[in-house]
Every structure is written in structure tokens, then in C-alpha cells.
Write a protein that binds this ligand. Structure first.
Ligand SMILES: Cc1cc2nc3c(=O)[nH]c(=O)nc-3n(C[C@H](O)[C@H](O)[C@H](O)COP(=O)(O)OP(=O)(O)OC[C@H]3O[C@@H](n4cnc5c(N)ncnc54)[C@H](O)[C@@H]3O)c2cc1C
Length: 429
């Protein structure tokens, strides 16, 4: 039997391992840290006796590879899928705006949903619809050299529409602001979410902690199918000897493998590949964007929706977990160097602006989690260079959310990359 090693136990590595195992291959999955899940995990917080995520994750019903993976590992009941698109937006002073689409007469309902989004003037809403129609019917523009902001301006979108509609989508989807993010990728993802079928526009949230949804179920599936997972075993080198790949770990373990899938971030991969294996991987320069999550336990939780989007705020999303709420700030560069106390003060101030009944006295407990390298920045140069990177180098396959999946750094990007690597390997084995 061929020896197959997957390096990295984040969602891309788990996806590779699950697909290989599901196709009757045996794998050894090596994870450097003591836990699986990579950048999408949860842990038990002893102080509040709560399972909390390293950061709230949402998925979309167009995450087909993720939904397939969840089915294979029997985790489909761990998620909650909206019946139809509905997002409650809140403006300063608790003004409520809804963006909803019934999806009976798709895509008409969706366009009517945009038409009812009263944050924008009627003229601005019509321009938004105009751009959606453009994307839907006859979109053949070359956007490779444009940022999202440049593209939207070319399309006559007002400053307010860019800030209070497109900007919210862009930061939410790509964790990058409109002035930096690639228009090509943004337009593609917008089409996938809103214009690729009525079933694809719904939002999905996990029902339990992220590790319960992904890592624990995937681990069970892999182990029960006679494969192996090594945790706390950091790979320090991958080299080639004739047709074999030699993996060396920090603890001194040496494994000769017939096939290897690497599922680690780009910065980690460059450190462990022998020079002869690096190829044009050194040409890609990625920057990273942080996400800040603040979990707040409240005396009186008056939030009654599952989640809220805030209009014109530093905070993008509030998620309601009954026992506590989670504040999400994407592209959170300005918060990274701030202390927890400073962050809490700003969050309370901001929440009070939007929900006047919110005050400091309500906060019983809080946790601040800064993920400094949450996702890669999908700017123009990153996307141009990643297109040139090969996913396969003979028996070495490269996965990870940063690889050339055509998607931003997301759960779906990670899971898709892992699946692609697994099937490329299967085709060669
Ligand atoms: C706070 C936050 C919020 C997010 N929100 C969303 C969201 O709402 N929706 C969405 O779709 N996506 C979201 N994402 C993005 C998503 O989590 C990532 O895109 C995805 O988890 C990346 O998976 P990956 O397997 O590519 O990489 P990683 O998760 O980074 O996995 C790589 C793994 O490799 C291991 N590793 C590294 N080096 C070595 C080595 N030398 N030897 C062995 N193992 C090694 C690491 O320990 C890690 O476990 C969010 C991310 C963060 C951080």
C-alpha cells in the first residue's frame, strides 16, 4: 500500500484526509499543534463554562464542498441553514433595516430585497440592482487590475453605497477593505452567492463550537477508517529522495512517503520545503489580515435575532448565542495593538451608539481573541501570483485556503483546496 502523508490538520488537511479515506486510502495526518481545526476551532472556557470559538465563522449555502464534507463526516446536523436570506441590519440609534429575499420568484425576490434596503436612497438602490443585473446578464469585464473600490466607482456606485452596502459585503466575505481587495475575486464571489441559484444565498451558522462541527467529527471519521493522526508533531523539513518524499519532524521522526499533501499556510510551507522543492512558491508574497472577536456575557441579553449587521460602524457583526454574544471586527488592523481594556471600552461605546439600552453595567464577563493572520489579503498582486503557482509537483500536492482555488481565504476555499489535492493524488496513485 502506498504511504500517504497529509501535513496540517486545519480544514484543508482534514478535507484531504477525509476524501482520501472515503476513497479507501489510508493516510497519516501530521499536525504541529495539540489540536485539529487550524484557524477554525473552539475551546472550553473554564471561567464562563462555555465552549467558545476562536472567531465566529459563518458559511453560505453556496459552500458546496463544505456541505459535502460535513455530510461525509456526519456533521450535517451541527449547522443551522437559513430557510431564506435574511440579515437584520442596525443603524445608529437602533434603526432597523432588513435585507431579505423570499426566493419564490428567484432572482426577482432578491432584487426586490435590494430595492427594499432603505439604508440607501432609491436612486442608490436602483444603481445596486443595475450592477447585479449587469453581473447576471452580460458580465465579461476584465477586472484583474482593479480594486473593488475602483470597479464600483466605474459602475457609478455612490460613496454611501460603497460604504454601507458593498463595503460591508467586501469586508465580510474577503476580510479586506474595498480599497485593497481584488475586484475580480469580489465579482466572482458575489455572483456565486447571489446569482448562482436560489438555494445558494442562505447563511449558515454552526450550532455548536467549531471544533465540534469540524475537527472532532473529521477526526472520528479518519481514525475509524484505519488511518492515523499525529498531533503535536511539527514537520520541520520535506525533501525528495528519488521518488520518495522524506518528512522530518521536530521530535526526530523520519517518514518516507510515496505521496504528500501539504495543508499549511504559505509562510509555514516555505519554511519546511527543501530548496529544491520550493519552485515558484517563493514568488508569491502574501499579506495577512486580522479578525478581532469579542465574546461578551451579559446580565440581560436583549438581542433576539441570531445575528445583526451594523451599518457604518467599526463592528461588522453581532452574533447571539443566548448565553453570550460575539462581536466581530474584520480587517481589524487598527485593533491589533490595542489592549483588551481599550478594545472593550471601544466596543461598549460603539454598542451603546447602536443599541442605546446597552451599557457597561450589562457586561458580566468578556474574552478578546485577536487572530492576527486570520486570512490572506486577496489583493491584486496576491491573486495574480497565486494563479501561477502549481498545485502539484509530481507526488507533492499543495493545499490550503491561500492556494489557487478561485476563492478568498474561507472555509470553502480551504475545504475545496483539500479536496482538489486529494483527487489529484488519487488520479496519480
Ligand atoms: C477569526 C477568524 C474568523 C473567520 N471567519 C470565517 C468565516 O466567517 N467564514 C469563512 O468561510 N472563513 C472564515 N475564516 C477563515 C477560515 O477559518 C480559514 O480560511 C480556514 O480555516 C483555513 O484552513 P487551512 O486548512 O487552509 O489553514 P489552517 O487553518 O491555518 O491550518 C493549517 C494547519 O497546519 C498546521 N501546521 C502549520 N505548520 C505546520 C508544520 N510545520 N507541521 C505540522 N502542522 C503544521 C497548523 O497548526 C494548522 O493546524 C476565519 C478565520 C479566522 C481566523
Amino acid at each position: 500500500m502506498k504511504k500517504i502523508v497529509v501535513i496540517g490538520g486545519g480544514l484543508s488537511g482534514l478535507s484531504s484526509a477525509v476524501h482520501l479515506v472515503n476513497n479507501n486510502f489510508k493516510v497519516i495526518l501530521i499536525e504541529g499543534s495539540p489540536k485539529l481545526g487550524g484557524r477554525a476551532y473552539s475551546y472550553f472556557d473554564p471561567k464562563t463554562l462555555t465552549e467558545i470559538d476562536n472567531g465566529q465563522h459563518i458559511m453560505m449555502s453556496c459552500y458546496h464542498d463544505t456541505l459535502e464534507l460535513l455530510n461525509i463526516i456526519d456533521a450535517q446536523n451541527e449547522i443551522k441553514i437559513q430557510k431564506q436570506l435574511k440579515v437584520n441590519f442596525v443603524g445608529i440609534g437602533n434603526q432597523q433595516f432588513s435585507l431579505a429575499a423570499k426566493n419564490i420568484f428567484y432572482p426577482l425576490d432578491l432584487l426586490l430585497g435590494f430595492l427594499s434596503f432603505k439604508v440607501l436612497s432609491i436612486r442608490e438602490r436602483l444603481k445596486v440592482i443595475d450592477l447585479f443585473l449587469d453581473l447576471m446578464c452580460c458580465f465579461e469585464e476584465d477586472l484583474e487590475d482593479l480594486t473593488v473600490e475602483e470597479w464600483l466607482r466605474n459602475k457609478n456606485q455612490s460613496q454611501k453605497a460603497i460604504k454601507n452596502f458593498w463595503g460591508i459585503l467586501c469586508v465580510g466575505i474577503m476580510n479586506t477593505k474595498v480599497g485593497t481587495a481584488s475586484a475580480e475575486l469580489f465579482a466572482f464571489v458575489i455572483k456565486e452567492i447571489f446569482l448562482s441559484g436560489k438555494k445558494n444565498t442562505r447563511i449558515i451558522v454552526p450550532r455548536s463550537g467549531l471544533s465540534k462541527v469540524f475537527a472532532e467529527k473529521a477526526e472520528k471519521f479518519i481514525i475509524e477508517n484505519s488511518s492515523e493522526i499525529l498531533k503535536s508533531e511539527r514537520v520541520i523539513n520535506i525533501s525528495r529522495n528519488d521518488d520518495s518524499l522524506i518528512i522530518t519532524t521536530q521530535s526526530g521522526m523520519i517518514i518516507n512517503a510515496d505521496f504528500v499533501i501539504t495543508s499549511v499556510p504559505h509562510f509555514a510551507l516555505i519554511k519546511i520545503l527543501d530548496n529544491a522543492l520550493k519552485g515558484n512558491l517563493v514568488d508569491i508574497r502574501l499579506e495577512y489580515s486580522p479578525i478581532l472577536s469579542v465574546h461578551l456575557w451579559l446580565k440581560n441579553n436583549f438581542f433576539n435575532e441570531d445575528f445583526y449587521g451594523l451599518i457604518d460602524s467599526k463592528i461588522q457583526w453581532i452574533f447571539n448565542h443566548d448565553g453570550f454574544i460575539t462581536i466581530v471586527i474584520s480587517a481589524a488592523d487598527e485593533f491589533v495593538s490595542k489592549s483588551e481594556k481599550e478594545i472593550l471600552c471601544e466596543i461598549i461605546y460603539e454598542l451603546n451608539k447602536f443599541f442605546p439600552m446597552f451599557s457597561e453595567d450589562l457586561v458580566l464577563n468578556f474574552r478578546v481573541i485577536k487572530e492576527k493572520r486570520a486570512t490572506f489579503v486577496p489583493n491584486i498582486s496576491a491573486l495574480v501570483t497565486r494563479k501561477r503557482i502549481s498545485r502539484n509537483m509530481q507526488n507533492l500536492f499543495i493545499a490550503g485556503d491561500w492556494t489557487n482555488t478561485g476563492l478568498p481565504g474561507t472555509i470553502e476555499g480551504a475545504v475545496k483546496s483539500g479536496k482538489l489535492a486529494a483527487f489529484d493524488l488519487i488520479a496519480q496513485a
